[in-house]
Design a protein around this ligand. Sequence first.
Ligand code: NAD
Length: 435
Amino acid sequence: MASPFFKIPPHGQGISIENGRLIVPAHPIIPFIEGDGVGPDIWRAARPVLDEAVRLAYGGQRSLAWMEVPAGGKALAELGTPLPTETIKTLARYKVAIKGPLTTPIGRGFRSLNVALRRGLDLFACVRPIRWIPDVPTPVRQPELVDMVIFRENTEDIYAGIEFQAGSEGNLAFQSWLAESQPEEFEKIRFPETTAFSIKPISRQGSERLIRAALSYAFEHGRQRVSLVHKGNIMKFTEGAFAAWGYDLAAREFGSRIYTQRQYQQTQAGQGQAAAETELKAAMESGRVHVNDVIADAAFEQVLTRPESFDVIATMNLNGDYLSDALTAQVGGLGIAPGANINFDTQTALFEATHGTAPNLAGTDQANPSSLILSGQLMLQHLGWAEAADRVEKGLRAAIALKTVTADLQRLMPEAQTLSTKAFGHAIINQMQSL
Ligand code: NAD
């Protein structure tokens, strides 16, 4: 059987970059990775929705020229590796791609295929918009107040995977070096014989490019606040430095377009709280973006108790991992949350369903395809195809408002009708066609 991979659609054209901006042809070649587990189920529902949205928006003048690229189980079966080098090269070449979830094969040299993909393409920002879709059941009372975009650093932190297993040679060498060169630090290790280590690299460059992207996003999308979320009260040289570098960068590169919490604190110290509040209010009314920082544990409390005070969040890998899933739960769960991994310097972007492979649902046509569909919607926005993106969102909202949903949502909406994955895709298409 001929391989389905890397087939360039005859009418497709490559996306290019000019002066740092995407040049999107009428029929851009978009590589896709179907994914493992429920990946094929949700892709079969999502792709026709995206195609139809583009057809309806541009009357056939534009289309998405899909090209399948291998990764995960399909790649392993056909090519003997779950992540072929050619896949990374193709994603880098065509700039914008979309993927379903991937299983990490145990004991085959990859800690996680997703981490390897992000690393291979240096996709340093994981961007997760978190917004409630009316009628989606949620555990909070006012989900409509949640409207945030998380920028999570993707390439550093303990995700770098530098670990020393307890009792290993590397671990012993690390401990001897520490005992010799930093005896006071070594003393802090409570049980040396059975201690394992994870190293947490956080760099100025890594922090700055992520925070720059978050600030630029805030300006481009009319957002009012960028919050740097960190645990710098404990990890001063890593998490604390992230916030400090963020403030420095904001002042250096965005100057009078922002108002920082540092400025607020200075005014507060010199002239009192009321003066600082007046200054902050005036700055925000004049269109400046407020840059503040929030300690991670307080952030978890405040996104629940006063979600309206968060807008864009910039944070490191682990905090971002926890925070994005916690916030997703606030608006109805992983089945509907979209995501993108982007390198804003090379303009390479990989849009993805944020949930895993849901092996219990694989091949049953019961999974919720919304996460992949809404990731496709983000992709259309990224291409500058706002009219098509808008149709996807409206179609999906209308299908849910009619109380026709997949089983995961129906369990929490007893009055709703359960649709299969594919039928839910059709329901969205029907709604888009009648807009
Ligand atoms: P999971 O997201 O696959 O499943 C968690 C729960 O959510 C399960 O009950 C599942 O049935 C449900 N669920 C997930 N997606 C759903 C959907 N679209 N519709 C309805 N229900 C859905 O997480 P897991 O079980 O921890 O991981 C399973 C596999 O997925 C692992 O191999 C893991 O490495 C991988 N994974 C991949 C990604 C990715 O590719 N981005 C992300 C997370 C996990």
